[in-house]
Design a binder for this molecule. Structure first.
Ligand code: SIN
Ligand code: FE2
Length: 209
């Protein structure tokens, strides 16, 4: 594996997946999306998110007028498809010895979609990392610290890059400022897909908080 970079404790592996590996993961994720279509979640306040989301694994992360949470079913009622083996292999490569991920959140960025600074903290076992896989168009990834409002830095994530948000950086604020439309030809119809793999339950098998 190439040398990783680090940004505020987040470890980034540039180009971890080569083009054929990206194509293999993408084809598996397109199958997930065919079974469980991406939807634009709404917030508790009724505002539609610009990112469209679906998931694979036991849990998916959803948001609606009742708030946000992990759920075992897609908003349209079906169970989430299993996490593809091609995606699990990336987790194994960058998080050896970690628990098996229970959610692969699929974020689809098109038409100027972005994601504001936030923490991933809806999971019960924060000793486990979040692993992010970027496919398609380049995205400006902003990473801050544990406190909101602190200094931030940013890095362009390109197709095939993998980021690990774990250890002391597990709760850092992060977000996507913008996506460079048309910068990659990987995804039919264009855009960016980000996969985040997460362990959702506590180590004793309990539910998410
Ligand atoms: C996320 O924080 O859930 C997504 C990050 C990304 O799109 O790279
Ligand atoms: Fe996140």
């Amino acid at each position: 594996m190439a040398q990783p970079l680090e940004l505020n404790g987040v470890v980034v592996w540039p180009g971890l997946l080569d083009r054929s590996e990206q194509e293999a993961v993408l084809s598996d994720i397109l199958e997930v999306m065919a079974v469980a279509p991406p939807v634009h979640p709404v917030t508790r306040w009724g505002k539609s998110m610009s990112v469209a989301m679906t998931a694979a694994g036991r849990f998916g992360w959803i948001s609606d007028r009742r708030g946000y949470r992990y759920e075992e079913h897609h908003p349209q009622g079906m169970a989430w498809p299993p996490i593809p083996a091609s995606v699990l292999a990336v987790w194994e490569a960058v998080a050896p010895g970690a628990r098996t991920p229970e959610c692969c959140l699929v974020n689809l960025y098109r038409n100027g979609a972005r994601m504001g600074l936030h923490q991933d903290r809806d999971e019960a076992d924060l000793s486990q990392p979040v692993v992010s896989i970027s496919l398609g168009d380049e995205a400006l990834f902003r990473v801050g610290g544990l406190q909101r409002g602190g200094p931030t830095g940013s890095i362009w994530l390109r197709s095939g890059d993998v980021a690990v948000i774990g250890g002391a950086a597990r709760l850092v604020h992060h977000g996507i400022d913008r996506v460079r439309e048309g910068s990659s030809d990987l995804i039919p119809g264009g855009g960016r897909i980000n996969l985040t793999l997460r362990v959702v339950t506590s180590a004793d098998g309990g539910a998410a908080p």
